[in-house]
Design a protein around this ligand. Structure first.
Ligand code: HMG
Ligand code: MG
Length: 301
């Protein structure tokens, strides 16, 4: 396999990033962030999660966020749904794409969605079927593909099993989450090769958190295998409330800078992306957690 010529970036910052903030971010700021990302040319902006507000209060305003954003033609705005109630809320918000989210670790599945892996399949099956019948696209996530905060090592067979189940439910893409950012390139490649045997690599996405600073290296290693979709978070926002110690997703700016330098297209304007990162970092009173963004801002300000 050779490198792809085009990579699709899914910016999960407004969801994965802001769900992890201790202080709940204002709805208006979320809306502004999503609008800035779509105007920067990001083809998919994960706009929120219709999960239980008791579990994740940071996402309780998903309905208001979806109502407030300017939907650009050509931009997708996927949202997370954990169950039928979440799907009903998404349909009421005129969402066109939902993501169901399982895990390769039993302990993480219980902590995150309060059921076993097998039970999650039973829960997701009707959600996916209803969403597909309503003409929506369904994406599937698998957490803990390279390690679990509760169980440590995760067998690749467990990842393959969940990928197969999500594929059978009709997910057009399976996003592989290194939730706690512990993976290294050879392990990441081996995992993609194993999952690629059941879901073709061009229908897989990389969702790597950068806790151990390995995400860019892992992405590069996996792009060589034919994967061409990468989940990132502007300004390196992110984490998971049910994964202690997990830090942000790999920063969108760092990935776009790397891909630009390699001549791999994303359709994203890096300067506007950096400005979107500056906007949300300012709102959170911190510097962007992106080396590329900080270097670019140091030159221009
Ligand atoms: P549960 O407590 O077993 O469910 O939670 P329940 O059905 O008993 O509901 C509890 C209460 O929540 C009830 O309210 C429901 O009505 C309400 P009450 O009757 O007590 O007043 N409720 C809802 N409200 C609004 N929308 C809904 C909804 N569902 C129930 N959709 C449940 C089970 C799955 C709901 C819960 O565990 C949950 O919401 N979990 C989501 C956790 C989460 O969002 N985690 C972060 C996202 S995953 C992630 O970050 C990883 C990822 O980035 C990839 C990676 O990095 O690995 C994707
Ligand atoms: Mg994540």
């Amino acid at each position: 396999m050779t490198m792809p010529t085009h990579v699709t970036i899914v910016d999960v910052g407004p969801r994965d990033g802001l769900q992890a903030e201790l202080e709940i971010v204002d709805t208006e700021i979320k809306i502004e962030l999503i609008n800035r990302l779509s105007k920067a040319g990001v083809p998919a902006v994960e706009a929120g999660a219709f999960v239980s507000p008791k579990w994740v209060p940071q996402m309780a305003d998903a309905t208001q966020v979806l109502a407030g954003i300017e939907r650009c033609p050509g931009t997708r705005y996927p949202v997370l749904v954990p169950n039928e109630k979440g799907l009903e809320r998404a349909i009421a918000s005129d969402v066109k794409e939902v993501a169901i989210f399982g895990a390769a670790s039993e302990s993480f599945s219980h902590k995150n969605i309060n059921c076993s892996i097998e039970e999650s399949f039973e829960r997701f099956r009707p959600v996916a079927a209803t969403a597909l019948a309503a003409g929506m696209q369904v994406r599937g996530y698998i957490s803990c593909v390279l390690g679990c905060p509760y169980e440590g090592e995760i067998a690749v067979e467990s990842v393959v099993r969940v990928a197969r189940a999500l594929d059978e439910m009709g997910c057009y893409e399976v996003s592989l989450g290194d939730t706690i950012g512990v993976g290294t390139p050879s392990k990441a490649r081996a995992m993609i090769e194993a999952v690629g045997a059941v879901v073709p690599a061009d229908r897989l996405a990389l969702h790597f958190h950068d806790t151990f600073g390995q995400a860019l290296a892992n992405i590069l290693a996996c792009l060589e295998l034919g994967v061409a979709t990468v989940d990132t978070a502007v300004a390196g926002l992110g984490g998971c409330p049910y994964a202690p110690g997990a830090s942000g997703n790999v920063a969108s700016e760092d990935v776009v800078y790397m891909l630009d330098g390699m001549g791999i297209e994303t359709g994203i304007n890096l300067s506007e992306l950096v400005e979107a990162g500056r906007f949300i970092s300012g709102a959170l009173n911190r510097e962007p957690n992106s080396r590329a963004a900080r270097a670019i801002l140091a030159k221009t300000t």
